[in-house]
Design a protein around this ligand. Structure first.
Ligand code: NAD
Ligand code: UDP
Ligand code: UDP
Length: 335
């Protein structure tokens, strides 16, 4: 028996369902540094529709200019401390200023963003059944008494200091994530991000890698904050984005550290930038700010074992890529 009937026309509802086979992904803070690189990567997959919400406090439309007008992309000005009604399948929740000078500028707003903003995104995740990933931070470990830091360490954080709006804010955000998970069955993922650098960082945002590169390009002295022996570990942004996507797509809630374990003192970083970008520039020491963590280095055993992830880009390979971008934006070409 041969069926000669043509296949039935899909009903409008079926068509709609088929269309929805696309993944709708919300990226909060997608106009920022890490968020915009994440959007670039997500947009490479033709099955993804990406919606960015951002209030442009530290982010910029320029970071997304390549996607504006694209049929699978949407950009909305929205402050996540206000409720958001939208239908999505996944939420990458990044919105929050990350540089100390910006998060200290309006600390009450920073804590509202972390607490009310995260609550709203969890309420949204609950209503639509979306999986949600929070970009937490190594700052939840405070000025760590354990080195390197693994995820079991509960941290050494000053609850009333000038950084608390950020680090305690992220700690509450993590708590909210787990309470929504336990109480409402929301699918959650938590990344604890360590210092990340790369193209599109704000030139004058005060973070150490962006400061040193901009200073070297402008022939200004590199400002090492005292004592200069404090350490950080720097992850290139493409590695970070790979780690975040693996965490979202994998089966583990986390928290999982995502960062590069290569550890440098700020004096070593200054020497490296000087040698690679401008050997004539001076290195000076300046006052530090309160509660600056003295050492920081991720233990990434969990990321390696559970996500099959580890960073690929070494500091000496990443710095020139960032230098290219900064030279273009500052308007000083390589000699
Ligand atoms: P960023 O400042 O470049 O990006 C943050 C984005 O969030 C900006 O576009 C900003 O405009 C937006 N935003 C801030 N408050 C908002 C609000 N209330 N409503 C809507 N949008 C808002 O910072 P980044 O370096 O890209 O960091 C992204 C995320 O990663 C942050 O959650 C940060 O805490 C986390 N993180 C970053 C680092 C790092 O080294 N860059 C380290 C640890 C954690
Ligand atoms: N919320 C939101 N978008 C939604 C659903 C909820 O922004 O699609 C906000 C809502 O306004 C609330 C928060 O998320 O402030 C928490 O929502 P939930 O339903 O968990 O709690 P409730 O509204 O009962 O306080
Ligand atoms: N720092 C510095 N010179 C600068 C800016 C920062 O020496 O111009 C130091 C700062 O004291 C801290 C480290 O660099 O010890 C990292 O600071 P950043 O603000 O980049 O990130 P944090 O890890 O503190 O969030």
């Amino acid at each position: 028996h041969v069926n000669t009937k043509p296949p039935p026309e899909p009903s409008p509802l079926r068509k709609a369902k088929f269309f929805q086979a696309n993944m709708r992904i919300l990226v909060t803070g997608g106009a920022g540094f890490i968020g915009s690189h994440l959007v670039d990567k997500l947009m490479q997959n033709e099955k993804n529709e990406v919606i960015v919400v951002d209030n442009y406090f530290t982010g910029s439309k320029d970071n997304l200019s390549q996607w504006i007008g694209h049929p699978r992309f949407e950009l909305r000005r929205h402050d996540i401390t206000e409720p958001l009604l939208i239908e999505v399948d996944k939420i990458y929740h990044l919105a929050c200023p990350a540089s100390p000078i910006f998060y200290k500028y309006n600390p009450v707003k920073t804590i509202k963003t972390n607490v009310i903003g995260t609550l709203n995104m969890l309420g949204l995740a609950k209503r639509v059944g979306a999986r949600i990933l929070l970009t937490s931070t190594s700052e939840v470990y405070g000025d760590p008494l354990v080195h390197p830091q693994d995820e079991t360490y509960w941290g050494n954080v000053n609850p009333i200091g000038v950084r608390s709006c950020y680090d305690e804010g992220k700690r509450v955000a993590e708590t909210l994530m787990f309470d929504y998970h336990r109480q409402h069955g929301i699918e959650i993922r938590i990344a604890r991000i360590f210092n990340t650098y790369g193209p599109r960082m704000n030139i004058d945002d005060g973070r150490v890698v962006s400061n040193f590169i901009a200073q070297a390009i402008r022939d200004e002295p590199l400002t090492v904050q005292l004592p200069g022996t404090q350490t950080r570990s720097f992850c290139y942004v493409s590695d970070m984005v790979d780690g975040l996507i693996r965490l979202m797509e994998g089966d583990h809630t986390g928290p999982i550290n995502i960062g590069n374990p290569g550890e440098f003192t700020m004096l070593e970083l200054a020497e490296t930038v000087k040698e690679m970008i401008n050997p004539k520039v001076k290195i000076i020491t300046v006052e530090n700010t309160p509660d600056d963590p003295r050492q920081r280095k991720p233990d990434i055993t969990k990321a390696k074992e559970l996500l099959g992830w580890e960073p690929k880009v070494k500091l000496r390979d990443g710095l020139p890529l960032m230098e290219d971008d900064f030279r273009k934006r500052i308007g000083v070409p390589r000699k």
